[in-house]
Ligand binder design. Structure first.
Ligand code: ADP
Ligand code: MG
Ligand code: MG
Length: 267
């Protein structure tokens, strides 16, 4: 597919409306920045796109559109089908999976995406091939191979979790990636490495073309190597402004006071 198209998206969490009509279209090859005050619904948007069961879509559509115009209804797919269709999110607070080693978790997830019709117990990427690729990607991210033997996110530092999320993205080569505050908890050098890795991965992600990327961030470092084609500001569960890279710079420098004053009904 070529486009991720979100129209008039309304989402409730525990019966409470959080998103109130989000419109967002991301084409492969584009980088979008999503900014907004805490609690404005940024992570909710990502979770709803990924099919997290706690996020109830009460109105609107999420669709994948092919180059020939064929439309796939994402809302009919469960979370694992969405991942297989090429949707990916690096989580703000990744979940620990004690007892499951990172390498095993990633071998299954990567096999699911590369062989979308595979059944449990078959169609796994051969071990030798997988390990070679994993080792290569980990070297690139300056991660020790030992790290892959640890349980997923179990006792990982903030920075290790974020690196593991980027490693997953590098292996999965998604069509569309949502990076939810992937720069938080990273030191300056790690943010620089993350920024470079995201740019590299997005340029040659899937065999059939570049990624569409949605970067959720409060900072401008990740955007240095990933210049947004569009910057969106979300307030009160609605995208209230869209601009270019200058809007990201303004918000990073000046904060959200102007936005809150301009859209009092959303704030
Ligand atoms: P942001 O990522 O912009 O900081 P979130 O999307 O995380 O904002 O949260 C928006 C609102 O939705 C907040 O009021 C938050 O408490 C609520 N919310 C989000 N996810 C959940 C959840 N799983 N359970 C309960 N409330 C949630
Ligand atoms: Mg937040
Ligand atoms: Mg968030």
């Amino acid at each position: 597919s070529k486009t991720l198209r979100i129209k008039n998206l309304h989402v409730c969490v525990e019966g409470k409306p959080i998103l109130n009509g989000v419109n967002l279209t991301i084409n492969r090859g584009e980088t979008h920045a999503l900014m907004g005050p805490n609690g404005s619904g940024k992570s909710t948007l990502g979770n709803a796109v990924m099919g997290h069961p706690s996020y109830e879509v009460t109105d609107g559509t999420i669709e994948l559109v092919d180059a020939d115009g064929t439309v796939t209804n994402v809302l009919e797919m469960d979370a694992s089908e969405r991942a297989r269709a090429g949707l990916f999110m690096a989580f703000q607070r990744p979940m620990a999976i004690p007892g499951v080693k990172l390498a095993d978790f990633m071998r299954h997830a990567t096999s699911n995406v590369r062989n979308p019709d595979r059944k449990e117990g078959e169609g796994l990427i051969p071990m030798r091939e997988f390990r070679k690729e994993l080792k290569d990607k980990m070297g690139h991210l300056r991660m020790d191979l030992d790290f892959a033997r640890r349980y997923v996110n179990d006792g990982f530092s903030g920075g290790e979790m974020k690196r593991a999320e980027i490693l997953q993205m590098a292996m999965l080569k998604p069509k569309f990636a949502i990076l939810d505050e992937t720069d938080s908890g990273l030191d300056v050098d790690a943010v620089k490495l993350a920024s470079e890795s995201i740019a590299e991965i997005s340029a040659d992600a899937a065999a059939d073309g570049a990624m569409g990327v949605l970067i959720i961030t409060h900072h401008d470092k990740l955007l240095e190597r990933n210049t947004p084609d569009f910057t969106h500001v979300i307030l009160g569960g609605r995208i209230v402004e869209t601009g270019g890279v200058e809007l990201a710079k303004e918000l990073h420098n000046d904060g959200y006071d102007r936005i809150r004053a301009a859209y009092p009904e959303a704030a």
